[in-house]
Design a protein around this ligand. Structure first.
Ligand SMILES: NC(=O)C1=CN([C@@H]2O[C@H](COP(=O)(O)OP(=O)(O)OC[C@H]3O[C@@H](n4cnc5c(N)ncnc54)[C@H](OP(=O)(O)O)[C@@H]3O)[C@@H](O)[C@H]2O)[C@@H](O)CC1
Ligand SMILES: Nc1ncnc2c1ncn2[C@@H]1O[C@H](COP(=O)(O)OP(=O)(O)O)[C@@H](O)[C@H]1O
Ligand SMILES: [K+]
Length: 524
């Protein structure tokens, strides 16, 4: 199907290459390793590592070593450390770090939730190797400490934190002492980034082998602070067996597929994007989207304008063309010209039957289609009719809702705590690539492959930013970039453009920042 994504497949192929040419990989873990593993997948990675001959206690020793190394960078020589250890293997990592830091001259106090005799397996082993005292945490657990190591709960957290552990988290947060979290800030669900009961607000977090979705999804991303990814001895080949379905949105994933102008190329080779304008009271959104489509490389861009808005549009456009459009039939006529191979519809379109008819006309065409804003809201009462049209066509569709628009189209998915799951369900149900926007924008394809972005500065929460994103994705699809890749690249480039502009950003700045961002990506 046209919407299917190739990122997962391409990345898997790249691993094959890395495995065949190990010399080409500078370290076991590339710093931009994009795979995200859920806690369950990470558990499987640990089991696979053990099955391949790595001792689980060796994994824990290296995990504790990685924690100790970051702790040292956060402490003055001989500084005081409070280690909070939990009842599972996360606590085991804490005991290793406590031992190593003591050996290196730091003054370490260990506070355990539960008792040492209840610890099992490697955690029990590491607790026995700790020769110092073990205390029960009280309100003053951080007293005199220069650093708290949070080793209460990691990948094994499976219910809301209460009681003594919740009180310890509260005391740690209130102490204002910097906190280094082991694997995850305790209380953060590694799959969703959601808080289960109570959570540590970490200064830094050390995680192992691969990041988890909860390190990137809100609020987990903020609670984790600065993230270090440590190699503790997993072989890369493990990823083949696991087959990750979620990826960190970084250029590593899509840069090879980003359209580039060719020396022997022609503007007609770079596609023709059509952006549908709203009525006279709402024409700016379409112009923002159109400008973004042109800046991102579409060869030609046309704004299809209702007759009452044609003067407003024409007066403010130069390189972008304007065409008069008489409602849905007019749009269908314009799109009958197959050279117009991508259409962006929805920004400031107005909500109602007229908008439904126009979106339907766009979906009846052969053009790759981005449906945004009012184009989505108009289907709040009849979402299935939108999904049926999407599934019934050959060309790809990208839906770009923010959380409000999303909840109108998929009201029952609000119960899912994971933004990743919400976007995936929506993609599966609608047959479209879904871009669920926000500070942690998720792009999901109907086959379950998804990306999570973390590069959007808060400045992007400004009027019209979404219109620009829709135009960028449409502009990439006009250049034949597949829908999932176009959406993923569009989201990253949108964030990068905002970061390039910095403070004072308004949406008009975003298309203008694209040349710098694209040039930097293209290299010297
Ligand atoms: N596996 C490996 O090889 C490696 C793993 N590594 C490390 O192991 C960590 C995962 O370890 P894990 O699976 O033992 O889980 P962990 O996060 O310690 O917590 C589970 C414990 O907490 C309990 N519990 C859960 N929720 C609770 C709650 N709300 N309130 C109270 N209790 C709760 C639950 O017990 P339960 O009561 O459910 O029986 C269980 O005892 C991982 O994050 C990484 O740091 C590294 O060393 C590298 C090698
Ligand atoms: N707090 C935030 N941090 C970073 N990016 C954000 C934040 N809030 C929103 N965004 C991004 O800003 C854009 C806003 O889009 P949208 O809500 O559609 O606004 P508009 O309708 O005004 O264009 C989206 O790309 C979204 O991902
Ligand atoms: K932790």
């Amino acid at each position: 199907m046209a919407n299917n994504s190739s990122i997962g497949i391409e990345w898997a192929e790249r691993f094959e290459t890395l495995l065949d040419n190990p010399g080409e990989e500078p370290a076991a873990i590339a710093p931009d390793a994009p795979d995200l593993l859920t806690p369950q997948e990470m558990g499987a990675a640990d089991r696979l590592a053990v099955a391949s001959g790595v001792r689980s206690s060796a994994l824990m020793e290296r995990a504790g070593e990685a924690v100790a190394a970051v702790a040292e960078s956060m402490l003055p020589p001989g500084g005081r450390v409070a280690v909070l250890a939990g009842p599972g293997n996360n606590g085991g990592d804490g005991f290793v770090a406590a031992r190593l830091l003591t050996e290196r001259g730091y003054r370490v106090a260990v506070f355990l939730i539960g008792d040492r005799d209840s610890l099992k397996g490697d955690a029990s082993l590491m607790a026995r190797a700790w020769k110092g005292p073990i205390e029960a945490p009280g309100r003053d657990l951080a007293h005199g400490a220069g650093l708290i190591i949070d080793a209460l709960f990691g990948a094994g957290l499976d219910r809301p934190i209460e009681g003594a552990a919740a009180a310890a988290i509260e005391a740690a947060n209130e102490s204002r002492v910097p906190i280094l979290a082991v694997d995850l800030p305790s209380g953060v669900d590694g799959a969703s980034g959601a808080i289960l009961g109570q959570a540590i607000l970490a200064t830094e977090t050390v995680t192992f082998f691969r990041r988890k979705p909860g390190h990137l999804l809100m609020p987990g991303r903020v609670l984790a602070g600065r993230l270090t990814l440590a190699d503790i001895g997993h072989d890369l080949s493990i990823l083949h067996d696991i087959g990750p379905m979620a990826f960190h949105n970084s250029p590593t994933l899509w840069l090879d597929g980003l359209p580039r102008p060719q020396l022997d190329g022609h503007k007609y080779d770079r596609g023709h994007a059509l952006v549908v304008s709203g009525p006279i009271t709402g024409t700016g959104a379409a112009r923002l989207a159109a400008r973004a489509a042109l800046r991102i490389g579409a060869g030609l861009v046309t704004v299809a304008s209702p007759p009452d808005a044609i003067v407003a549009n024409a007066a403010q456009l130069t390189a972008i063309m304007v065409m008069r459009m008489y409602e849905a039939d007019g749009l269908a006529e314009i799109l009958a010209d197959h050279r117009k191979n991508a259409v962006v519809i929805g920004p400031a379109l107005g909500v109602g039957d007229g908008a439904i008819a126009m979106v339907s006309a766009a979906l009846d065409s052969d053009a790759a289609t981005v449906v945004d804003a009012d184009g989505l809201t108009s289907f709040a009462a009849t979402p299935d009719s939108l999904f049926m049209r999407i599934k019934g066509r050959g060309a790809p569709v990208v839906l770009t809702p923010h959380e409000g628009e999303f909840s109108r189209l998929f009201p029952d998915l609000g119960i899912l705590s994971s933004k990743l799951d919400r976007a995936r369900e929506a993609a599966m149900r609608s047959g479209a690539v879904v871009v669920l926007k926000g500070p942690d924008t998720v792009v999901a394809a109907p086959d379950g492959i998804a990306t999570v972005a973390d590069n959007a500065p808060a400045d992007l929460a400004t009027a019209g930013a979404g219109d620009v994103l829709a135009g960028m994705i449409g502009g990439l699809m006009a250049q034949q970039m597949p829908a999932f890749e176009a959406a993923t690249a569009g989201v990253w480039l949108h964030g990068a453009a905002a970061a390039h502009v910095g403070r004072g950003l308004i949406s008009e700045d975003l298309p203008e920042a694209l040349p710098a961002v694209l040039s930097a990506l293209a290299g010297p």
